[in-house]
Write a protein that binds this ligand. Structure first.
Ligand code: ZN
Length: 307
């Protein structure tokens, strides 16, 4: 057991019969592979499960089903045989990826392994089919942003001109499992990092921070201080915070919050937020986010953030 480092960052493995790291197409594995959780592993999957980041073979630890824990303490680990293949999921937290050439970076974008985000949508775009659809949170595809000079070249000081996206946090929450292992270059940052390494739990936040980051928090309760709130009234959504922090709130108007699916009944769900940390009384908060800057994570993905 001590041979493998517990690795909670490999949330799922791709399983595909007959696929090999040496000869297989990585995009085919991502497209057609089945996603398997450590708790879902059965012994017949041996040799058929692969890392979602580096695509080498994985093993499940422990190998046998652990009846007592229901497999809850099981995890995936890389194999020693592939130790020459670098994978950010082997290390605790990655510093990000550099690209040797423009072509390599462009290919990563085309293969949907890299997303250059130049901004988040500030307003909900009008849906021509449903112009009055205020309560209709239909998924909006990313829109194309400007070509951006991106400092992700391995050679210091060099930048590549790459197409960018103006996106939404809601878009990142769709196919969240797959997006976790994509590289994102976010506004104001200077490197491309896998989403799993960008996400910051508000439980680890103990002070104000004026740098915008991608945060997530688990909702404890949500309420409006007034009865029968109007759209412009404040909705206070309390998130699980650090023990040393009095309380942690997402403060957004009731109107925009309810369009995001957050209401008095919302509990035990995760919210993702692109914002900065401010104060609220003697506690902390994130507030004043635009339409594209926060979203409720679909409940089916809760297990990916639960620890
Ligand atoms: Zn890997």
């Amino acid at each position: 057991m001590a041979k493998y480092e517990p690795n909670q960052r490999i949330k799922f493995a791709y399983k595909l019969e007959g696929w090999t790291y040496e000869n297989g197409s990585q995009s085919e594995l991502k497209r057609t592979g089945e996603k398997v959780l450590p708790s879902e592993y059965t012994q017949d999957m041996e040799g058929k499960i692969f890392c979602p980041a580096c695509f080498t073979n994985l093993i499940r630890v422990p190998k046998e089903v652990d009846y007592f824990s229901n497999g809850r303490n099981a995890y995936f680990a890389h194999m020693w045989t592939y130790k020459h293949v670098k994978c950010e999921l082997r290390v605790k937290r990655s510093e990000g990826k550099k690209f040797d050439t423009y072509e390599e970076a462009k290919k990563a974008i085309d293969d949907e392994n890299l997303v250059i985000v130049s901004g988040f949508l500030q307003e909900k775009p009008q849906d021509p089919k449903n112009p009055a659809g205020v309560y209709d949170e239909t998924p909006i595809e990313d829109i194309n942003g400007p070509v951006s000079e991106v400092p992700i070249a391995r050679h210091d000081g060099e930048t590549f001109s790459l197409p960018s996206k103006i996106t939404t946090v809601a878009g990142i929450c769709r196919k969240f499992d797959e997006n976790l292992y994509k590289y994102y270059f976010l506004p104001g940052r200077n490197n491309a990092v896998r989403l799993i390494d960008l996400l910051k739990d508000v439980r680890d936040v103990i002070e104000e921070d004026s740098t915008r980051r991608m945060y997530f928090g688990k909702i404890i309760r949500s309420y409006t201080p007034v009865e029968n709130p109007a759209a412009h009234n404040m909705r206070m959504t309390e998130l699980a915070g650090a023990p040393s922090v009095r309380d942690f709130y997402l403060k957004e108007e009731h109107g925009i919050s309810s369009r995001k699916g957050i209401n008095d009944e919302t509990q035990e769900r995760y919210v993702l937020m692109w914002g900065e940390i401010g104060t609220n009384g003697i506690g902390l908060c994130i507030e004043g986010l635009s339409w594209g800057e926060f979203a409720l994570l679909p409940a089916q993905y809760n297990h990916l953030l639960d620890t």
